[in-house]
Every structure is written in C-alpha cells, then in structure tokens.
Design a protein around this ligand. Structure first.
Ligand code: HEC
Ligand code: HEC
Length: 234
C-alpha cells in the first residue's frame, strides 16, 4: 500500500529530474550543463528570472529553437521548475580563458566582418551580443572549430542558379510562393523572382563561416570562448 501511494505521488524533486532527463536533457545536457541549449547551472537565468517566468519558459518554450512542454500538467511544470532552480544552485561552470584578451582575438580573427556584437560589426552571421545566454561554452568552442557540425535550426544556406547568367550563394532570409530573399557573404540582401531561377539548391551541411581549427592557438581559443560566453542578456 505504502509503496503504491509513493508511486502515485513521488517526491517533487524526483519527478522534476525524470521529466528533465526525458524532455530537456537532449538540448540542456543530462546534468543541465548545456549543449544546443544554454547551461542551466547558473543561479540567475536571463529569460527566467523568477519562478513564474521559469514556468512560462517551460510551458511556452522560446521560439524558434526551444519547444514548449505544453503537454505537461501544471504540477509537473512546478516540479520541473523546482528541479531547474536546484540545478542553478550548483557551482557555476568554470570557463578557462580571459574574456578581455578574447576581445582582441575576436577582433583580429575577422569575426566582426560577419557578426554584430553590441551594434559593432556587420554581415550575414547571427548577432552574438547575447550568445552566452543561448549557448554553453562547449557549443561555442565547437562552433568556432567546426562551424558546419552544429548549424542552428533556423539557418538555411542555399545556392541559386539564375536562368540568365550567374550563380550566388547566401542565407535564406525569407521566401514565399513567388520570391526568395537571401543575404550574401558580404551581408547584402538580394531578392529573386522564382520564375527567374533555374535551380535553387539547399546546402544543408555548409556554412560560410570558416573553421578556426588551424588558425587559433589553444590559449587564444580559451580566451575567445570566455569572451563569447560572457556576452549575456544584462
Ligand atoms: C530542442 C532544444 C531544447 C529543448 C528540448 C529544451 N530547450 Fe530550453 N532552451 C533551448 C535553447 C536553444 C534556449 C535558448 C533560447 C534563446 O535564448 O533564444 C533555451 C532556453 C531555456 C531556458 C532559459 C535559459 C536562460 O538563460 O534564460 C530555460 C530555463 C530552459 N531552456 C529550460 C528548459 C526545460 C526545463 C526544458 C524541458 C522541458 C527545455 N528547456 C527543453 C533549447 C531547448
Ligand atoms: C564569413 C562569415 C563568418 C565569419 C568570418 C565568422 N562567422 Fe560565425 N557564423 C557565420 C554564420 C553564417 C553563422 C550561422 C551558421 C553557422 O552556425 O555556421 C555563424 C555562426 C556562429 C556562431 C553560432 C551562433 C549561434 O547562434 O549558434 C558563433 C558562436 C560564431 N559564429 C562565432 C564566430 C566567431 C567567434 C568568429 C571569429 C573567430 C566567427 N564566428 C567568424 C559567419 C561567420
């Protein structure tokens, strides 16, 4: 009897942990240290500063990359929120490297040619002003070393061959039945009528971002990752 009652209403912390491992760990890591999603081992979460906001994030997700767990019962949401808060009470992820030196690595590696940070820079890559809130250090490191390995879901790189003349590669910004808009390597927008296009080819495994595996020393890489990880929602 007692064990049955226990099975029906397990302690909240355990429920939260189980839901986390089955529905959140895929992106936030088995123990919350992050992966495609940010590390949750932080006392203060930018998008979930309090309990109500945390429950909202869990239920509604954060479009486009985090799905909402709308199928959960409010009690399960509460248990999960409790578990996420407990994760945040653990010691913070230690990142080797010096963010101040990382700025210099960032500047001299050509990153501002493709990314904007706090209004500075340009180009076709995603804005990085708050990248540290969205990605953990391991993800940042692997993106810099092997950018094609973990392309964001909403990223579509395409090649367009026009019926008359030239071919162009770019990131798809928008598309409807008749036209497509892309941003090229220099960050310039182009709009094409689909009737003028001979071939539109998705390039699912490609990115214009170069790999920095051969160009950065180990300490430069640590400093760069420390700099990126510190770009957070204020
Ligand atoms: C498909 C991947 C994915 C899944 C599954 C997922 N998340 Fe997320 N989560 C993300 C991403 C990516 C972000 C960052 C989004 C942004 O800031 O744009 C995020 C952000 C968050 C945040 C805000 C963090 C902050 O710093 O403010 C919380 C809290 C969170 N997720 C909790 C959860 C929980 C709990 C679950 C399980 C129900 C879950 N996530 C499932 C990808 C995911
Ligand atoms: C030629 C343009 C280009 C250059 C140069 C470039 N990037 Fe990128 N970067 C991109 C594009 C495009 C993406 C999105 C697709 C992808 O992940 O490869 C991206 C993605 C990223 C991401 C992942 C963003 C996310 O939301 O997941 C990070 C982090 C990043 N770049 C950092 C850097 C850093 C640091 C440098 C300099 C060392 C750099 N990039 C240089 C074009 C560039």
């Amino acid at each position: 009897m007692a064990s049955l009652a226990l099975a029906q209403s397990p302690p909240a912390a355990d429920t939260g942990k189980k839901i986390f491992e089955s529905q959140c760990a895929l992106c936030h890591g088995q123990n919350g240290g992050g992966g495609r999603g940010p590390s949750l081992l932080r006392p203060k979460l930018d998008k979930a500063p309090d309990e109500a906001a945390l429950r909202g994030v869990i239920e509604n997700g954060i479009p486009p990359e985090m799905p909402g767990a709308w199928q959960l019962h409010p009690r399960e949401v509460a248990a999960l929120a409790g578990y996420v808060k407990a994760l945040g009470a653990q010691p913070v992820e230690a990142i080797p490297g010096d963010p101040a030196r990382g700025v210099q690595v960032y500047q001299r590696s050509g990153c501002p040619g493709c990314h904007i940070v706090d209004g500075q820079g340009e180009g076709l890559g995603p804005e990085l002003s708050t990248i540290g809130s969205r990605r953990n250090a391991a993800y940042l490191r692997s993106t810099v070393l092997r950018p094609a390995d973990g392309l964001p879901d909403n990223f579509h790189y395409v090649s367009i061959q026009l019926s008359k003349g030239s071919a162009i590669k770019g990131i798809r910004v928008n598309e409807d039945s008749f036209t497509i808009q892309i941003k090229d390597a220099r960050g310039l927008f182009h709009s094409f009528e689909k009737s003028d296009i001979k071939e539109l080819k998705p390039l699912p495994k490609e990115t214009p971002m170069p790999s920095y595996e051969k160009t950065l020393s180990a300490s430069d890489l640590d400093d760069l990752v420390a700099y990126l990880a510190a770009r957070r929602v204020k």
